[in-house]
Design a protein. Structure first.
Lengths: 278, 396
């Protein structure tokens, strides 16, 4: 009885699995296949990953920007989430609304908004100048700085939400108990609250890092053609120079990078627990 | 009219996308914008857009070949309002002259789509409106038909733009545009462009090397007639010289945007966009033809096109009619490819036509031959190697 019931439940996921197989797994296999068959069979495309300085630089740029973005986003996100967990119900609703509002804005609009803010004679530069802090425009736009600013802005909700959902489940009495036993506020936070919020922190780090790896529009606009990340080069190889072997190899290497990240993290933490599957 | 407005809005959003963008795509955007502003009426808009693809005058279809005539011909351009335009203005006359029904597809003849279609043996396009860069890339993939210069008249275009697998449908130029208010005097040629001391301020160059390398060579002191063969190492060192001041543009509208935001005072941009900047800034932003690099939009025919090669070639030949190219120029601003059309351009519009003799003599014609040649590095052509080196230098 029980066993047959379990079989029936399996049937429920058949449509979803079929959909995944046909529209996701099969094309993915095709991508992998092209990466070892174009222009001819072999691993020459992957070899290029090791031998071509241009690809090295693009990958290094991508990793550097993603790491910096992740660190800044997670720290800022943690602060916001912490505040959200502590404030009253009404403030919390307002904060949540503001976070979701940026989440709903088009990535394109957000990038152009940063262009307006960061450009020479833009809001930030002219404000600093009228305050007498600077004499000439700071180079804030079309460089790695502006790319990171744009990406951190985009990623914030992705950091805040998992951290907050974890923090809201932490019993505040633990910290109170620590304080009652003589811990300073900092000690209570460091030894009690921070370890308890680790799962949210890890989930946010993974989410932000993995998402950042594939970023395309923000670097393309705010980087001014001088900050080329892996996705932009995939697009150039695929659409413009028609080097599909190279494009699919880069796409595959991006996928492997994500899997590698998850595998590394899984060595230290229980991922199922982090993502709430257990 | 409301539907038009919506269409041009769609195009504008597409334009915002920081994709690499072809000149042909940019032309459709400019025309849509002009229509929206009410600068051109719908009728002439429709008419002129159609010129890009289909020309009803002077059709010279061989008599008695009706049996061999295809049932329909699919022209692919960059879409939006151009689709309806093609169908209304040119579909009907073409059908009358040839018995071939014309379908207009505005999905955009992306190189990757053409390759995918040909390789899957599922070609649905007959004639595509692309550029020299795309033509060269596609030619190397062996997915295009050779242009039949028995049907298409080579003498009705600059010989530089008669490629083996693509030929000119109109001309345009990469020119030096500058903000008059922000430079001490009008810059004259690429040496001035590179002179950051005399003309301080930002510069804009294209993300792709096509049209930029030539400027680098002239800035390095090569005389216009000795620009080719391009010395790529020299070109890259010239780029490095000013890279700190460079913002790269991908789409035509981006090249305008960086002038408007004040990020740059000079740029190497398409003359059509330079002309829009001149108009929008009330003459504050100008360009000159000195050392301009003239290039061409291209017709391509994918291998195994459904209407058959001959029908496609006949269509291309029909689009060489000078009067029709003038019509196109009036609305879109891209210069007639047929030299015979130059004298037919109205007096007051000659200063925006790259093909006018007085403008032409200041400029150079881009050489597709150099781009096609092997670079000597691996199996890469000069075109491929230069793209790689340009991106590498720009992003280093």
């Amino acid at each position: 009885m029980l066993a047959s019931q379990r079989h029936t439940y399996w049937l429920l996921i058949v449509p979803a699995v079929l959909l995944m197989l046909v529209f996701y797994i099969y094309p993915l296999i095709q991508v992998l296949w092209i990466s070892v068959t174009e222009p001819y069979f072999g691993l020459q495309n992957y070899e290029a990953l090791l031998t071509r300085p241009l690809l090295h630089r693009i990958w290094l740029t991508t990793l550097r920007i993603c790491l910096i973005t992740t660190v800044i986003t997670v720290i800022l996100g943690y602060l916001v989430a912490y505040a959200m967990a502590k404030v009253g119900e009404r403030q919390r609703t307002t904060m949540m609304f503001c976070i979701l509002l940026t989440f709903w804005l088009s990535v394109l609009i957000r990038a152009f908004a940063w262009v307006m803010l960061l450009r020479n004679g833009g809001l930030i530069n002219s404000a600093l100048m009228s305050l007498g802090i600077i004499d000439s425009d700071l180079p804030l736009l079309r460089n790695e700085f502006s790319v990171i600013v744009g990406m951190v802005h985009f990623m914030m909700p992705l950091a805040v939400l998992p951290i907050y959902s974890n923090m809201s489940g932490i019993d505040g009495r633990y910290v109170s108990a620590a304080r009652g036993l003589g811990a300073s506020p900092w000690e209570a936070f460091w030894h009690i609250h921070l370890p308890l919020s680790k799962p949210g922190l890890i989930a946010a780090t993974i989410l932000v890092f993995v998402f950042s790896l594939g970023f395309f529009i923000t670097p393309a606009i705010l980087g001014g053609g001088k900050v080329v990340m892996i996705s932009e080069y995939i697009q150039v190889s695929f659409e413009e120079t028609l080097r599909w072997g190279q494009a699919t190899m880069l796409a595959s290497s991006l996928l492997f990078a994500v899997l590698l990240t998850l595998a590394l993290v899984a060595r230290f933490v229980d991922l199922k627990k982090v993502f709430g599957a257990r | 009219m409301k539907p038009n407005k919506d269409l041009s809005k769609t195009l504008y959003e597409k334009d915002l996308y920081p994709d690499e963008q072809s000149f042909a795509e940019d032309c459709a955007l400019i025309a849509a914008e002009r229509l929206r502003r009410g600068e051109i009426d719908r009728r002439s808009f429709v008419k002129a857009l159609g010129m890009l693809g289909l020309v009803p005058v002077a059709l010279k279809f061989g008599s008695g070949s009706a049996a061999a005539q295809a049932k329909e011909l699919v022209i692919v351009n960059w879409g939006g309002p151009a689709v309806e335009a093609y169908a209304n203005a040119w579909g009907a006359p073409f059908e009358k002259a040839s018995g071939t029904k014309v379908i207009i597809d505005g999905t955009g003849p992306l190189a990757s789509k053409i390759k995918a279609m040909v390789e899957a043996k599922a070609v649905t396009w007959d004639v595509c409106d692309t550029g020299t860069g795309t033509t060269l890339v596609l030619a190397k993939q062996d997915v295009l038909e050779d242009i039949d210069y028995g049907i298409v008249d080579k003498s009705k275009m600059a010989p530089e733009f008669a490629y083996q697998q693509g030929c000119a449908n109109y001309m345009f130029s990469f020119v030096l545009a500058y903000n008059k208010a922000k430079v001490a005097s009008a810059p004259n040629g690429w040496k001035d462009f590179w002179d950051l001391k005399k003309f301080p301020g930002g510069r804009t160059l294209r993300k792709q090397p096509n049209g930029m390398l030539e400027a680098c060579m002239m800035a390095a002191g090569r005389s216009p007639k000795d620009v080719y063969p391009i010395d790529l190492n020299l070109a890259m060192s010239k780029l490095k010289e000013i890279k700190g001041s460079v913002v790269a543009w991908g789409s035509g509208s981006q090249s305008q945007e960086v002038f408007r935001t004040g990020e740059v005072v000079m740029g190497n941009i398409w003359h059509t966009r330079a002309n829009l900047l001149r108009r929008d800034s009330n003459g504050e932003i100008l360009w000159n033809w000195q050392d301009g690099i003239v290039t061409a939009g291209m017709w391509n025919v994918p291998k195994g096109n459904p209407a058959g090669k001959e029908t496609a070639m006949k269509f291309i030949a029909s689009a060489q009619d000078p009067a029709s190219q003038i019509e196109l120029f009036k609305v879109m601003g891209n210069g007639p490819a047929n030299p015979a059309a130059a004298s037919m351009v109205p007096e007051d519009m000659r200063y925006i036509d790259p093909g006018q003799p007085e403008n032409m003599k200041l400029q150079i014609l881009q050489s597709g031959y150099w781009y096609e040649e092997p670079s000597g590095k691996g199996k890469l052509t000069n075109d491929e190697l230069s793209r790689e080196m340009w991106l590498d230098t720009l992003s280093s």
